[in-house]
Design a protein. Structure first.
Length: 519
């Protein structure tokens, strides 16, 4: 693996100070070695990373390729899709408005968006700004994400209109289930309360005072001379990633949930802002101490033990745009981000004055494994090899998932024929929150058109009885779906969908659709 860029001023080995015996004091980990190990463990196309310790950037590097299609190298100045790390910028924007008396955390969302509603009328009335930010809505994991994933131009208005039709899976405020749509709603609260667009407000009130000169609120706001790292996905069984379709880039309308693009250097400025108690390098406060504490106050308990080796963490909570965790006996404040073909991870260890960031242009665990390993290395605690352990689990899971996927789409040997001629399945099927899905005939086969997506259009292959499989032309999506029709009195009346494989990203929430035939 070829190293492409490392800043010459970085401390890659040992701290300069030495003890009288000649032994170095406060030895720093081998950051470069750990980065290369993480990339090898996940066969990464590229990764950029940066680390700050005690106010000094001690490591900043870029490795591999930014774009496998052109062999362009990944460089340190490239912008990286940080995806859901954007959520902390949205909560910071709201904290500014809380300080100004324009928003209240525990005010109903309807105070700012009168037309807002959820499935249950009581919940609609009592759903607060805090509820919108803490993944306790009662909706299932990733509910409604097909409104913007993998490609869609749904507006905030479309999403607000869809929410009343999304059925909850738990009681309101009873359980943690990650969502994106409600952060898009939160961005709309910022816009309505401030009188500016979310993007303009974040640029003027956060980027400029904090000094984030290179970040853009979404890819359309990049300067002409800036370049963006390209995400990569791999079709099942393929060893090399392929650049993702440009249409999968998160749209400006969705930026409050996942749209920011930043270089690693600006992420270090953002890290230091928080490590300095939410003060800029000039000592300016853009939010009060009270609101800084509020953003880091845990609200929704999460299942513990899933992210880290047993014993490293005992408690995990979701706060306002941040994960709050105990890690190796110290506070960890963090967030991950995932976009088509990209994963990012951002960790703060405030009690140790440490910030860690990484972004990889494969939809794999490279970035989060590296950042967790570095956190463990710097704390000198358990000295657990996260990279080796995560790499082994990843290799095993990929092999198992590919085997399962191959078997899942093979029709059973005793498969029944469709109950009706294929033409009987054609028509328009409508879901209350998503909209229309059209089934037509092309070249003697059924064809599915997901109206909100240009990418999710493909042929249907018969599987068993009235069950078919949608094979999307872009095989790197790994999101093929079962399509099951309901026949009543000799007519097809509705349609249901579900992902074929467990490796399909949760944002392909086909299973939340209830498609009723309307034509």
């Amino acid at each position: 693996m070829k190293k492409l860029a490392i800043a010459s001023s970085l401390a890659l080995g040992l701290a300069a100070c030495a003890t009288p015996s000649g032994e170095p004091e406060n030895a720093l980990p081998d950051f470069e070695g750990e980065a290369l190990r993480a990339m090898e463990a996940f066969d990464a196309t590229g990764m950029a990373a940066a680390i700050t310790v005690d106010g000094e950037v001690v490591f900043q590097a870029a490795y591999g390729k930014a774009d496998e299609g052109t062999d362009a190298p990944l460089t340190e100045d490239m912008l990286l899709p940080v995806a859901s790390i954007s959520k902390a910028f949205t909560t910071t924007a709201l904290a500014i408005l809380v300080d100004r008396g324009l928003v209240e955390w525990d005010a109903p969302v309807r105070t700012y968006i009168p037309e807002f509603a959820m499935y249950d009328p009581w919940v609609s009335e009592h759903f607060t700004v805090r509820d919108a930010l803490t993944h306790r809505s009662g909706l299932p994991l990733g509910a409604g994400d097909l409104l913007f994933w993998p490609d869609s131009y749904s507006t905030a208005g479309d999403i607000i209109a869809a929410l009343p039709h999304l059925r909850p899976s738990t009681e309101f405020r009873a359980a943690y289930a990650y969502d994106n749509l409600l952060y898009i709603v939160a961005g709309e609260i910022v816009a309505r309360a401030s009188g500016e667009s979310w993007a303009d407000f974040v640029r003027a009130e956060i980027f400029e005072p904090v000094g984030l000169e290179e970040c853009a609120t979404d890819y359309t706001r990049m300067r002409d001379e800036q370049t963006l790292m390209t995400g990569h996905e791999r079709a099942p069984g393929e060893e090399e990633g392929v650049p993702v379709d440009e249409r999968t880039l998160f749209k400006p309308e969705h930026a409050a949930a996942a749209g920011l693009v930043c270089p690693a250097s600006d992420m270090m400025i953002w890290a230091q802002f928080w490590l300095d108690g939410a003060e800029t390098k000039d000592g300016e406060r853009i939010i009060s101490e009270k609101q800084a504490r509020e953003l880091w106050t845990g609200v929704t308990p999460k299942r513990s033990g899933g992210s880290f080796n047993a014993g490293a963490s005992h408690m995990q909570l979701y706060a306002l745009g941040w994960n709050i965790t105990d890690f190796e006996g110290t506070l960890m404040v963090s967030h991950s981000g995932g976009a088509p073909g990209v994963t990012s991870n951002f960790i703060l260890l405030p009690e140790k004055n440490i910030g860690i960031f990484a972004s990889s242009n494969d939809y794999r665990g490279t970035a989060s494994t590296f950042t967790t390993q570095i956190a463990d290395d710097l704390l000198g605690g358990r000295q657990y090899d996260y990279i080796a352990a995560s790499g082994e689990r990843f290799a095993k899971s990929i092999a198992e998932a590919q085997a399962a996927l191959a078997g899942a789409v093979s029709p059973p040997t005793d498969a029944a024929a469709p109950s009706l001629p294929l033409a009987a399945y054609t028509g328009v099927y409508r879901d209350a929150w998503y909209g229309d899905v059209t089934i037509s005939m092309k070249d003697g086969k059924l064809f599915i058109d997901m109206s909100r997506s240009e990418i999710l259009d493909g042929s249907l292959s018969h599987y068993d009885g009235d069950r078919f499989v949608a094979f999307w032309p872009d095989r790197s999506l790994k999101a093929d779906a079962f399509v099951t029709f309901t026949e009543e009195d000799g007519k097809i009346t509705r349609m249901a969908m579900e992902a074929v494989s467990d490796i399909t990203d949760f944002s392909y929430d086909f299973h939340d659709l209830d498609l009723v035939r309307v034509d």
